[in-house]
Unconditional design. Structure first.
Length: 264
């Protein structure tokens, strides 16, 4: 595809006539796959419409069939009337050529979806030791409990740091409960006495269905603190923060949550 075609992709809240949701998009190396990340988490239990222009052109300048194949995928052709005559605060007559299908005059195609409701979203519900706890047993385990089953690979997005979030990572062995809702971690060596530690959990974890897990908002109610790249000194586990896996990154740009405790 022509890389400039990303300007003809929008997400609308509610219907195609709803407000445009700001997002950041990028092409794959072969310019065949466009990936978009909303700049803020979408609202739970809310309908959205992905809007793609019908006048897009490929890398050679040829017209791309968005509409016919889009309808086969479940999309609905968009007319100016459906948009209330407006798009992104301006008249549809001012929309760029990449929105308009040259054959039938449609202004793209819409693909509707609805986000998971807040009540249904898997979330972090408990952490032990509780944040701020003093006198923790240096030989004890660390547990994290979620409201639903998790992808077992998510254990890679849990670390224990000595001192601060920028401190060294303490090796530990973790395992899931039989229902994959509780992760139990045992440091490979007893923790040092009278020492501060930080449990670090990723903000981009996924549950067993591949849906995002609320670690940050519920984590803050449990006493946790969002982690920024600056807090880590730009590094994590000896590598640059930019090299961290997707499971660490919350949609708001934070690198997960930290939960502090001190050993006896």
């Amino acid at each position: 595809m022509q890389t400039s075609m990303m300007q003809y992709v929008d997400i609308h809240q509610g219907t195609i006539a709803g407000s445009v949701v700001p997002m950041t998009c990028s092409w794959s190396s072969d310019a065949r796959t466009l990936t978009c990340q909303p700049n803020q988490p979408l609202q739970p239990g809310t309908s959205y419409a992905l809007h793609m222009g019908s006048g897009m052109t490929d890398a050679a300048g040829g017209h791309v069939d968005v509409e016919q194949h889009g309808m086969a995928l479940g999309g609905t052709p968009v007319t100016s009337d459906m948009m209330g005559g407006m798009h992104g605060g301006q008249s549809t007559s001012m929309m760029g050529s990449g929105w308009m299908d040259p054959a039938d005059g449609h202004t793209g195609i819409a693909f509707a979806f609805t986000t998971v409701s807040a009540a249904a979203q898997t979330s972090l519900v408990a952490v032990s030791p509780a944040p701020g706890t003093m006198g923790v047993d240096p030989n004890g385990t660390i547990t994290m409990t979620f409201s639903g089953a998790m992808q077992t690979s998510m254990m890679q997005y849990v670390d224990l740091h000595q001192g601060t979030i920028a401190g060294p990572v303490v090796p530990m062995t973790c395992s899931w409960s039989s229902d994959n809702t509780t992760l139990t971690c045992q440091p490979n060596q007893p923790l040092q006495h009278g020492t501060s530690y930080l449990l670090h959990m990723g903000g981009g974890m996924m549950n067993a269905n591949g849906d995002p897990v609320d670690v940050e908002h519920h984590g803050m109610t449990l006493g946790g603190q969002p982690v920024s790249g600056g807090m880590m000194g730009g590094m994590h586990g000896g590598q640059g923060a930019e090299m961290m896996g997707s499971g660490w990154m919350d949609p708001d740009g934070h690198y997960g949550m930290e939960f502090a405790f001190t050993t006896a």
